[in-house]
Design a protein around this ligand. Structure first.
Ligand SMILES: C[S@@+](CC[C@H](N)C(=O)[O-])C[C@H]1O[C@@H](n2cnc3c(N)ncnc32)[C@H](O)[C@@H]1O
Length: 234
């Protein structure tokens, strides 16, 4: 019995939520929505609210702190995992919401390490932000024999290494490393080869592209950059 589902809800547009996800939201006993701090709110919940309709009494916000030393945030994760396992043992059908796709930098993936082996949850894929961003930019990510790298901006070395072999570089969480991304683009002569969508699919969506001279000083957390290695959009 699965009964626990990690449900990808896409990057922001409620119309990009899959039918499978909606069906689960309409029958789950418990809809778990992670938030990073108490009262911070759940972005995933905002995306699916219209699909939950009048079932809001099934929603449970759960705080998953993610910063600081492991000793400070791990007890909360353990408590959350225990609460989920308890509900699962009671036979409840549980949908755990996760932004985009559950396999890409998601709270859901980290949670797996806190669940017992006998609990084999089902992963429900969602539209990942970088695919939605590529669609928004009307650009391909890879063609033919080309290669694609997805990096987290916090690893400058990984970004530089990837540019030695990849045709397209997707930079997730660019907010964390504006200065180093800027420097890499200059060093690699890629100043005209980047495009970025922030808050893709939301009311505040913004597309930025092109010259390093206009490189943003501030980037929202929900922003994804696509760098074409060798191609220019200028
Ligand atoms: C913790 S990761 C979650 C990724 C998610 N699991 C996915 O499949 O897209 C958060 C990062 O995803 C990207 N992201 C998520 N939603 C986005 C959106 N609506 N627009 C642009 N980028 C987004 C940003 O790079 C953000 O910093």
């Amino acid at each position: 019995m699965a009964n626990l589902y990690g449900v990808g809800v896409g990057p922001g547009d409620p119309d990009l939520v899959t039918i499978k996800a909606i069906q689960l939201l309409q029958k789950a006993d418990l809809i778990i929505c992670p938030e990073k701090a108490k009262g911070a709110g759940s972005t995933a919940l905002g995306i699916v609210k219209k699909h939950i309709g009048n079932r809001l009494d099934h929603v449970r916000l759960m705080v998953f702190p993610m910063t600081g030393k492991k000793e400070t945030w791990e007890p909360a994760w353990r408590n959350n995992a225990e609460a989920i396992v308890e509900a699962w043992k009671a036979g409840k059908e549980i949908a755990f919401l996760t932004l985009g796709d559950p396999s890409i930098y998601s709270t859901w993936s980290y949670l797996q390490g806190y669940l017992p082996e006998e609990l084999q949850p089902e992963w429900i894929p969602g539209v990942s932000s970088f695919c939605a961003v590529a669609a928004r930019l009307q650009t391909d990510l890879v063609l033919g024999d080309q290669n694609l790298a997805i990096v987290s901006s916090s690893d400058e070395e990984a970004m530089r290494n990837a540019l030695e072999w990849t045709d397209t570089l997707v930079v997730m969480k660019p907010k964390r490393a504006i200065a180093s991304i800027h420097q890499i683009l200059v060093d690699e002569n890629l100043t005209g080869s980047w495009e970025m969508v922030s808050n893709c699919g939301k009311g505040t969506e913004k597309i930025t592209r092109g010259s390093v001279d206009e490189f943003p000083e501030e980037i929202p957390y929900f922003a994804t950059m696509i760098i074409k290695n060798g191609g220019s959009n200028e």
